[in-house]
Ligand binder design. Structure first.
Ligand SMILES: Nc1ncnc2c1ncn2[C@@H]1O[C@H](COP(=O)(O)OP(=O)(O)OP(=O)(O)O)[C@@H](O)[C@H]1O
Ligand SMILES: Cc1ncc(CO)c(N)n1
Length: 266
């Protein structure tokens, strides 16, 4: 008899060069010894130099993929990444409200290379309808600004934005990633009654393609194992720091992180 594995599902877009999106998520799940499943929202033609094209999967076909999964086996946790249109978000909302499991929303808006990955009118739906269904949301600074309307330049602003996320938008918790602020790379987890910040030295590199996807996927993998959000946050931070410190130098542009680098306890 083999032991059953924790299962994590990602609902996200693809990056054929494997640094971001679904492939980064599955690599992250796998390296944490979590069985990965995926439903694809968009196929992108992108590489380490930029995004060349995007093909959005018809919303009905996203529904078909989710139906295939949920009619067969229940994941223990799920995450969402790139969801380009409101129609796809409406489909996703049905599943995340029907089936109870920890949901991590990475509110992907723009690729590291600066390409828009979400239609402007889907942002309101994301904020008002999807975010409240999540256990946690993992915006970078720009995404947090866009979703809350708070300009963020320092730690005080991060706190103001977190207050809007929790008190006005109604999220249960939020992890604001300071990867794009000056100084050390500090990330903040705000839960209703607690605040945890984790800091690491900033690695002097431009190879940060897919850092956000990887970070949120590791958190999802840990939640699938039944870890607490605080524990998952710690593992996510340690994993991404190692993965950025030991980038594999793949591609001609801003390369991916190393999904083999972190060897922490499983
Ligand atoms: N140069 C760096 N050195 C150390 N840690 C970093 C660096 N850049 C980002 N991070 C960390 O990587 C994680 C992702 O943060 P970031 O703000 O880059 O997300 P993102 O912008 O959503 O990523 P993506 O580039 O995939 O869109 C965070 O834990 C952040 O602290
Ligand atoms: C498919 C996809 N999802 C997310 C990102 C953000 O890094 C990206 N570049 N591509």
């Amino acid at each position: 008899m083999t032991e059953s594995l924790p299962i994590a599902l990602t609902v996200a877009g693809t990056d054929p060069t494997g640094g971001a999106g679904v492939l980064a998520d599955i690599k992250s799940f796998h390296s944490r010894e979590v069985y990965g499943m995926s439903a694809v929202t968009s196929l992108t033609a992108q590489n380490t130099m930029g995004v060349q094209d995007v093909f959005n999967v018809p919303a009905d076909f996203l529904k078909a993929q989710l139906e295939s999964i949920f009619s067969d086996e229940m994941p223990h946790a799920m995450k969402s990444g790139m969801i380009a249109t409101e129609e796809m978000m409406r489909v996703l909302k049905k599943y995340v409200t029907k089936y109870e499991m920890p949901l991590v929303i990475d509110p992907v808006m723009i690729s590291t290379s600066g390409h828009n990955l979400i239609s402007e009118d889907a942002i309101d739906y994301l904020r008002d309808e999807l975010l409240p269904a999540a256990l946690t949301v993992t915006p970078n600074i720009m995404e947090a600004e866009k979703l809350t309307g708070v300009d963020i330049e320092n730690e005080e602003d991060v706190r103001k934005a977190a207050k809007v996320f929790i008190e006005e938008i109604g999220v249960k918790s939020v992890i604001i990633k300071g990867g794009h602020l000056k100084g050390a790379a500090v990330d903040y987890l705000f839960e209703k009654d607690s605040e945890t910040s984790l800091s690491s030295d900033r690695v002097d590199t431009h190879h940060t393609h897919g850092t956000g996807c990887t970070f949120s996927a590791v958190i999802t993998a840990e939640l699938a194992k039944g870890k607490t959000l605080k524990e998952a946050f710690h593992t996510g931070k340690n994993y991404i720091t190692k993965a950025i410190q030991e980038t594999p130098e793949i591609g001609r542009g801003d390369g991916p992180v190393n999904h083999f680098a972190y060897k922490g306890e499983l």
